[in-house]
Design a protein around this ligand. Structure first.
Ligand SMILES: Nc1nc2c(c(CN[C@H]3C=C[C@H](O)[C@@H]3O)cn2[C@@H]2O[C@H](COP(=O)(O)O)[C@@H](O)[C@H]2O)c(=O)[nH]1
Length: 340
């Protein structure tokens, strides 16, 4: 987008001028150390993505259509009351948060509903949406109206300009993640995740970047998922990674901000504190990547090992999920928006 700073440059600028959030070098080193251990155990690669039971296993158009639908709806799963969560039962398990979305998509496909086909969702009615994404608890999925709107928008763009599949967007971008990123944020307005900060147009592009990363993961970096510049994708500025970064000490909040977060103060898109949390999270993850890279290359055993901001992000996100209790005392910022 013309006149908009890249997520990496935005993150550096925000981290340099933020008032209520700071990136801490000692904490960054701690996370880098953690990543090193994982790389040594060889449990750190693009193949991790498909290990999740709900993620698609094929590496074809069906997988890309699934990922595009999931990431078009991949926002705002938190609930104000922990006892009232949107829940989807699938594969004999109860899924919440982001995984409830994936479970609902898979449940629909099993029921013969062509939910990943834009012909189906470009004009989906509210009744049909609520049937497909029905809850197995008393709490329905948050932001129903906004989710229907973004489905209509994305479905129409795919049908009008890309012959009904995101595969055709990928094919126009010569295996460049940055070209695909620009196509997504230009053609699909709901993915245009930007803000104004100190008079500058900054970007986070969280869903656009995770869409590219999920296609890279689903296809194990090959075929439709092959991107020559995938390492230029940054961490995805959601509301969970900051919790993990604060937990490990890589991110620090001022007392004022911490008090606000503990009181569940609602934020709005573009609030200075929201921009500082998101920008500093991206920057902290960039520094973790650089530090881990340095340490990996200093050790003949791990020199040149595969590592990038995507893999670090997924590790931190999965870690937060798997250790939710340990991090429950660290508040996450509350916001209702379609960007993350
Ligand atoms: N930064 C980042 N944000 C991510 C993800 C994912 C799912 N990725 C999975 C697929 C492969 C990976 O290995 C992950 O297992 C969802 N989200 C965001 O989190 C929030 C929901 O969180 P909770 O309430 O706990 O379910 C919401 O904003 C959603 O948009 C990620 O990977 N990174």
């Amino acid at each position: 987008m013309a006149g908009v700073m890249s997520p990496r440059d935005s993150a550096r600028l925000i981290a340099e001028t933020a008032k209520d959030v700071t990136v801490d070098a000692v904490g960054v080193g701690k996370v880098a150390e953690l990543i090193m251990d994982l790389v040594k155990k060889q449990s750190f690669s693009v193949k991790m993505w498909k290990e999740h039971e709900l993620n698609p296993k094929t590496m074809d158009k069906a997988a890309v259509d699934w990922v595009f639908l999931a990431d078009t709806l991949n926002f705002s799963f938190w609930s104000a009351d922990d006892q009232k969560k949107y829940v989807v039962k699938y594969g004999g398990k109860e899924h919440t948060g982001y995984w409830s979305l994936c479970a609902a998509i898979n449940r629909a496909l099993d029921e013969g509903v062509k939910i990943t086909d834009p012909m189906f969702y470009a004009n989906i009615s509210k009744d049909k949406f609520l049937e497909v994404f029905r809850s197995d608890s008393d709490t329905e999925i948050p932001m129903v109206d906004e989710r229907i709107e973004v489905l209509h928008e994305a479905g129409k763009v795919l049908l009008e300009s890309y012959n009904g599949s995101f595969v055709n967007c990928i094919k126009q971008c010569d295996k460049s993640a940055q070209k695909l990123l620009q196509l997504i944020v230009t053609k699909f307005p709901a993915y245009r995740d930007t803000a104004t900060y100190n008079g500058k147009e900054v970007s986070f592009y969280k869903r656009a970047q995770i869409l590219i990363a999920d296609i890279w993961g689903a296809c194990e970096g090959k075929g439709l998922g092959e991107f020559t510049d995938i390492d230029t994708i940054t961490m995805f500025a959601d509301y969970r990674i900051p919790q993990a970064l604060v937990y490990f000490g890589a991110l620090k909040y001022s007392n004022t901000l911490m008090e606000k977060l503990k009181k569940d103060t609602m934020m709005k898109t573009g609030d200075r504190e929201e921009v500082e949390i998101r920008g500093c999270s991206i920057w902290a993850t960039e520094l973790v990547r650089d530090e881990a890279r340095k340490r990996l290359d200093a050790d003949p055993e791990t020199k040149g090992a595969e590592i990038n901001a995507i893999l670090i992000d997924h590790y931190l996100w999965d870690y937060r999920r798997d250790h939710a209790d340990k991090m429950a005392h660290i508040p996450f910022h509350k916001i209702r928006c379609i960007y993350y």
